[in-house]
Write a protein of this length. Structure first.
Length: 301
């Protein structure tokens, strides 16, 4: 037993493997200590997350570099074997390789970053982590109305960025255009209704319009874009049942639901103060009883 152990320890390859294992363990230990220190001493959530990810990435690089240096003189003889084995591994792990390539694309092509609100692979949510193989989302929508969390954490393969469109709600232009429709009864003062809607929009949305205009100007310097109207707009159409006003406006992507609630509340208050001059319309169905039908039958001669 001792002779066998001595023989193993005298083998240079075994010595290198043991050295590599010890080195990997040391790097992992140092990385864990560093991540724990960051959690303890760095208060900012975003800074803490980015530093932890950087340390993890640096640890991977150091492990790969150390193994390459330890086995550097044997890499040449293993080139052919690695080439043959690599073809089979690449075929078997093509989805993993595509996800790893997706990780590079996400970071260097700026598809999205942590904190962005995206829709990828048919799933909408906030990006809470981006690993080498998967993007982790805090899910939205599904059975919940509006842009609110469902509570589910969804892991999506990074390879989806090559297979389906990626919708980023908070990229270079962190605003969205939204609309609400307000039905008004026929016979009401439609000019007053338009005036009230414009006044409500100016009061509630004034900050969003200014901030969006500045953001759009910077956005248009990066891409070929036309000049966009960020001020609220009110349009009117007359249909069979009522006069329908549409209020179009820009809003922070995180505040669509609360802004819509504030707009409707303010509009209802303004309409109520007109003493019936402007009223909200609604669909009304009046069922009328059919008149009695008398049928007289006559016998033929």
């Amino acid at each position: 037993m001792q002779s066998l152990l001595a023989e193993w320890l005298s083998n240079p390859t075994v010595i290198r493997a043991i050295s590599a294992l010890i080195g990997v363990l040391i790097i992992i230990l140092v990385a864990r200590i560093a991540r724990s220190s960051i959690t303890r001493y760095v208060s900012g959530t975003d800074s803490r997350y980015r530093l932890r990810k950087f340390i993890t990435f640096l640890a991977y690089i150091l492990v790969a570099l150390m193994i390459s240096l330890i086995f550097s003189d044997q890499l040449g003889s293993l080139t052919v074997a690695f080439g043959v084995a690599g073809a089979g591994v690449a075929f078997a792990l093509q989805e993993v390789i595509a996800s790893f390539a997706g990780w590079f694309a996400i970071h260097f092509a700026q598809f999205y970053k942590t904190g962005d609100r995206v829709e990828v692979g048919g799933i909408k949510g906030d990006v809470i982590d981006i690993s080498f193989l998967r993007t982790i989302l805090m899910e939205m929508r599904e059975w919940v109305d509006g842009d609110l969390y469902t509570g589910r954490v969804v892991r999506v393969a990074n390879s989806f960025v090559f297979k389906a469109p990626v919708y980023n709600y908070s990229g270079e232009f962190p605003f969205l255009w939204d609309e609400i429709k307000i039905p008004v009864k026929y016979g009401c003062d439609h000019k007053l209704a338009r005036k009230l809607l414009i006044g409500v929009a100016d009061k509630v949305l004034v900050d969003y319009a200014k901030e969006a205009a500045v953001s759009w100007e910077a956005f248009s310097k990066k891409f070929l874009l036309e000049t966009a109207i960020t001020d609220p707009m009110v349009s009117m159409v007359a249909n069979d049942n009522w006069i329908e006003f549409t209020l179009r406006y820009v809003v922070d992507y995180k505040k669509r639901r609360t802004t819509k609630d504030l707009l409707f509340s303010t509009i209802l208050d303004e309409f109520s103060a007109t003493d019936g001059a402007v009223e909200i319309a609604s669909a009304t169905f009046h069922l009328v009883e059919a008149p009695p039908i008398n049928v007289k039958l006559s016998q033929g001669a």
